[in-house]
Write a protein that binds this ligand. Sequence first.
Ligand SMILES: Nc1ncnc2c1ncn2[C@@H]1O[C@H](COP(=O)(O)OP(=O)(O)OP(=O)(O)O)[C@@H](O)[C@H]1O
Ligand SMILES: [Mg+2]
Length: 209
Amino acid sequence: MAIAVKKLRHDSCQGQQEWLTEIKYLGQLCHPNLVKLIGYCLEDKNRLLVYEFMPKGSLDRHLFEAGDSTFQILSWDQRIKVALSIAKALAFLHHEVHAIHRDVKTSNILLDLNYNAKLSDFGLAKDGSVNSRSHVTARVLGTEGYYAPEYMESEPTSRPTMKEVVEALEKLQEPNENEGSSDRVSKSKSNKMQYATQPCRVKPNSYPA
Ligand SMILES: Nc1ncnc2c1ncn2[C@@H]1O[C@H](COP(=O)(O)OP(=O)(O)OP(=O)(O)O)[C@@H](O)[C@H]1O
Ligand SMILES: [Mg+2]
C-alpha cells in the first residue's frame, strides 16, 4: 500500500496542537471522502503523520498548474464529482460529527486515481454544534474566504446547508443524454444556490473558535 508521510515543522508553536487535532479527528473518523490517517509518530521533536497516498495529488495543481502531462484539466463532470465529494464530507462533518474543518482549500482536497476527492488536513478542525454560537474568537482562523454555510452569522437560513448542497450537486450529476453538465449547472440554479456562490466576506469576530 502506498503511503504519504507528512513531517511537521518543529519550530512552529502551532505544530503540536495541529498534530494532536489531526489525530483526534482523522484517526477516528471514517468516510469515503475523508483521507485516511494510517498512523502517526512522535520521536524527540519530530512529529509525523502517515496517510493513504492519493496518486493524483491535490486539486490546486489540477486547477492552477493544469495543461502539462502531470496535471490534466478537469472536465465539468469531474469538477462536479469533486464538489459533490467534498460537500458529502462536509455534510458528514457538520451534521453527524458536529465539527467544522476551518481549512477547506484546494490544496487540502486530494484526488485518487479515479479523481474521487477526499478532504485532508484537520489540524484546525473544531468541535461545534451547528446551532451553538457559544464559542467565538476575535481572530481569523483557517482559510480566508471559506465559511461553512451552517455557521453564517447573518441570514443563516438564506444559505443552503451542506446537505442541500449535496442534493443540488447530485441533481447536476444525473445523466441527461441531451445536455452537458454545464447546461445542467445553469438550468438548475435555485435562488438559494445562486446566493451560495456569491463571495462571502468573513467577519473576524464571527468565526467559531
Ligand atoms: N495523502 C497525500 N497523498 C498525496 N499527496 C499529498 C497527500 N497529502 C498532501 N499531499 C500533497 O502535498 C502537498 C502539501 O501538503 P500540505 O498539507 O503539507 O500543505 P498545503 O495543503 O499546501 O498547505 P497547508 O500546510 O496550509 O495545509 C499538498 O498540496 C498535496 O499536493
Ligand atoms: Mg494541506
